[in-house]
Write a protein that binds this ligand. Structure first.
Ligand SMILES: Nc1nc2c(c(=O)[nH]1)N[C@@H](CN(C=O)c1ccc(C(=O)N[C@@H](CCC(=O)O)C(=O)O)cc1)CN2
Length: 296
């Protein structure tokens, strides 16, 4: 039987550690500032953005949400980003994804000052990640949160074969880069990977990370016994329930460790966002921070 990885609890511990850091920064007169831009009225995005602002407030991060209607122009959003880049009280900026089609998401991501790029989507930061550069730079929060979960569970990926399914810039690509940086052998699969190859690679994987948006794509019968299974999918069924990209009922008995949906990877995304915000604030003010896990 697979042991559940309790993302909710790990995220809670991480938020507590971040709160300790903000308290220390406060003694130096520093309050980390996070600006979240939301364009349009996607119901899920509205919830995520509200949760970000709420979670930020609880750990001493000063968050502001800037909302635009669904027909807002790209120029308006770019002008706001320029204003936030120049605002000394703002350490971290993100634009909630997805954005409406009249807005070029890449242009918007590139407009954010790389030093305030809390999502790690700016090509400068992506380049640093792919080049495995040393030193601090922001990295996408979902894959970073997954690395934190694996570390927390004592899973060392060095020398392991990790299969990542899905190659988005939000999850799959930065995930593969982080894993390679941690000395894993990574297979990055996607919709054009032949089914027979997917089957072969998944059956030999020590760790499987699935981020496709296809409910129940990976079944227990496809996994190696004892595999670690990380499910990034959040799929809402017609009855309103949430399921992942992994068929949990069949995968759980085969896996050694498995994340549930909900309560697995999702909560780590927001906790890690707060962690990154505080790190950017510290960097901005030239203050050294302790590793949050040493403060728990
Ligand atoms: N600019 C960004 N946009 C998006 C990101 C991102 O990291 N940066 N990620 C996702 C959305 N997201 C945060 O923004 C996010 C998704 C899911 C959760 C979460 O806690 N999920 C819960 C279930 C919540 C529900 O009921 O729907 C869980 O899995 O337990 C948090 C944040 C896309 N956009």
């Amino acid at each position: 039987m697979g042991k559940l990885i309790d993302g909710k609890q790990i995220a809670k511990d991480l938020r507590a550690a971040v709160a300790v850091q903000t308290e220390k920064l406060a003694t130096q007169g520093i309050t980390p500032g996070l600006a979240v831009i939301l364009v349009g009225d996607d119901p899920a995005s509205e919830i995520y953005v509200r949760n970000k602002e709420r979670a930020a407030g609880k750990v001493g991060v000063n968050a502001q949400t800037i909302k635009y209607p669904a027909d807002a122009s790209e120029a308006e959003v770019l002008a706001k980003i320029a204003e936030l880049n120049a605002d000394d009280s703002v350490d971290a900026i993100l634009v909630q994804s997805p954005v409406p089609s009249q807005i070029d998401e890449h242009k918007v991501q590139e407009a954010i000052d790389p030093r305030k790029d809390v999502d790690g989507f700016h090509p400068e930061n992506i380049g640093r990640l792919y080049a495995n550069r040393e030193g601090y730079y922001p990295v996408a929060n979902t894959p970073r949160g997954i690395m934190t979960m694996l570390h927390h569970e004592g899973v060392d990926v060095a020398g392991k074969h990790v299969v990542v399914i899905g190659r988005s810039i939000l999850v799959g690509r930065p995930m593969a880069a982080l894993l390679q940086g941690a000395n894993a052998t990574v297979s990055l699969l996607h919709r054009y990977t032949p089914a027979s190859l997917t089957e072969l690679l998944v059956s030999e994987a020590d760790v499987v990370i699935v981020a496709t948006g296809v409910a129940g794509l990976i079944k227990g019968s496809e996994l190696k016994a004892g595999a670690v299974v990380i499910d990034v999918g959040i799929n809402r069924l017609e009855d309103g329930s949430l399921v992942g990209d992994v068929d949990f009922a069949s995968a759980e008995p085969v896996a050694s460790l498995i994340t549930p949906v909900p309560g697995g990877v999702g909560p780590m995304t927001i906790a890690t966002l707060l962690q990154t915000t505080v790190e950017l604030a510290a960097q901005h003010h030239g203050v050294a921070l302790e590793d949050p896990w040493q403060t728990i």
